[in-house]
Every structure is written in structure tokens, then in C-alpha cells.
Design a protein around this ligand. Structure first.
Ligand SMILES: [Zn+2]
Length: 249
């Protein structure tokens, strides 16, 4: 039973047995894993506050042959996002980011870009507050990393470029349609939302935030991306129902 040492982000934990915790985490090298932290819920546990939502940790664990769950031996906190939870919207964003990441990655699916995206978005929430543009950036990039994003520039059916007009999406599908090709049940996506999306995909998060993108446009493009993610997850995101959107500009 070799001991592994790695960097990880805690995605979720569940109480287990008398005083243990079941921990779902994203290991930077070995992908999404689940393990047991013995005694983590007992007072004076050696895990301290390392196993909180989105904690960035150094982790040591044993892999057990023929068993799905690893045994977590030790954790050291590298960066905590626990303090951000005191803000409601920030807490919801963190919960959504962890729920999405957990749901879209298969067991042991290696995902270093998703690891970096998660850390980048959590740090941006600390620095700039829970801006809807951060959620837009995170959700669009998650869709793109999953390989599910079509172009935001032109109609998927006739190829016409979207200029000063809205596009139309069928919920959960990545291809957008123009006004001529749309079906009646498609959801419009405004030009403003499309431009926030293009800015998110073509530059850094820092640059996107400096441009002070439209709040409603950010919410709209997030919603487009989250629909695609839910479609691939084949379920609704629990944390999405807690989201407060539609704030005035
Ligand atoms: Zn068209």
C-alpha cells in the first residue's frame, strides 16, 4: 500500500460512521477521488479545518487495491476559502463550482485544467467579490474543457455570423441558431450575453473583470452554460436553485 502525496481541492464531504468523513476531492495528478478521513469529525482531529469546501490542500493517502475509496492519512492546508462563505452569493458560487466539477468528472479522470480553473475562480471571488462574470467564466470554460461548447460567433445551422442580433439556443445544446433558423421553443441569448461569453473565452478572467461586463449578460451566458452542463450531468444542479440572479445593472 504505497502512500501517495499530492495537491488536491476538496469538493465535498459527508459524515460517515461515528466520527469519520467521506471526502470527495480533485487530486491534481490523479483526478477525482473519494476517500475516508478517519476521525475527522472528532474533537481535536488531526485533520483540523483542512476538509472544508474548496480547501486547497496537500494530501497524503493510501490506495487500497480492489477498493474504490482511498484512506486519507494526512492533510495540510495550503489555502482556505472558508471565510468567503460568510457572503451568501460567494458561498453559492463556491458550492456550484464544486458541485459542477464533481458531477462532470468521472472517477479518477485526470483534470489539471479544471483544477486550475477552480482555483482561479475561487481566488477571483476572494479578490473581486462574487461577480456574476466569474461564474460565467467558470461555467463557460468548464463546458469548453468538457468539449461541449460550440461557437458563439455564428449560426450552427446556416453559418451566418451573429452581429447586432440575439442568438437562440435549445436548452442544453451547444449550437446556437440565428433568427431565421430558430425553432419556436428556443431560448434567446442577447447580443450583450454573447459578447460577455466571447470575452470570457478569448482572454483572462482578470481582463474580463476589468472590462466590467454586464451583470445581466453575465447571468444570461452562465445560464446557457449551466444548461449544457446539466444536460451532460443528466440532472439539475442542487446549488443552482440557491442562485440569486437578475440584479439590476
Ligand atoms: Zn441560421
Amino acid at each position: 500500500m504505497p502512500l501517495k502525496e499530492s495537491e488536491a481541492i476538496v469538493l465535498r464531504t459527508f459524515p460517515l460512521g461515528e466520527g469519520d468523513r467521506l471526502v470527495s476531492f480533485l487530486d491534481r495528478q490523479f483526478g477525482r477521488l473519494r476517500g475516508v478521513a478517519r476521525g475527522a469529525r472528532l474533537p481535536k482531529s488531526r485533520f483540523g479545518s483542512t476538509l472544508e469546501l474548496l480547501s486547497y490542500i496537500r494530501i497524503w493517502y493510501f490506495e487500497r487495491e480492489s477498493r474504490e475509496l482511498v484512506r486519507i492519512n494526512q492533510c495540510e492546508l495550503l489555502e482556505s476559502f472558508l471565510d468567503l462563505q460568510s457572503d451568501y452569493q460567494a458561498g453559492v458560487y463556491l458550492a456550484m463550482m464544486s458541485e459542477v466539477t464533481e458531477a462532470i468528472l468521472g472517477e479518477r479522470e485526470v483534470a489539471d485544467p479544471q483544477f486550475r480553473l477552480l482555483l482561479l475562480a475561487a481566488r477571483a471571488i476572494r479578490k473581486y467579490g462574487p461577480s456574476p462574470a466569474i461564474l460565467a467564466y467558470f461555467s463557460l470554460w468548464t463546458v469548453r474543457l468538457g468539449g461541449w461548447l460550440g461557437t458563439l460567433d455564428q449560426c450552427a445551422q446556416c453559418g451566418k455570423a451573429f452581429e447586432k442580433e440575439a442568438a437562440y439556443a435549445s436548452p442544453g445544446s451547444s449550437g446556437l441558431s440565428c433568427a431565421d433558423c430558430k425553432e419556436v421553443w428556443m431560448k434567446p441569448i442577447s447580443q450583450v450575453a454573447l459578447s460577455v461569453g466571447r470575452a470570457a473565452l478569448s482572454g483572462t478572467l482578470e481582463r474580463l473583470l476589468k472590462e466590467k461586463p454586464s451583470l445581466s449578460g453575465s447571468d444570461e451566458i452562465s445560464s446557457f452554460a449551466l444548461d449544457i452542463l446539466e444536460h451532460h450531468m443528466e440532472r439539475k444542479l442542487v446549488s443552482r436553485q440557491m442562485l440569486v440572479t437578475g440584479k439590476s445593472e
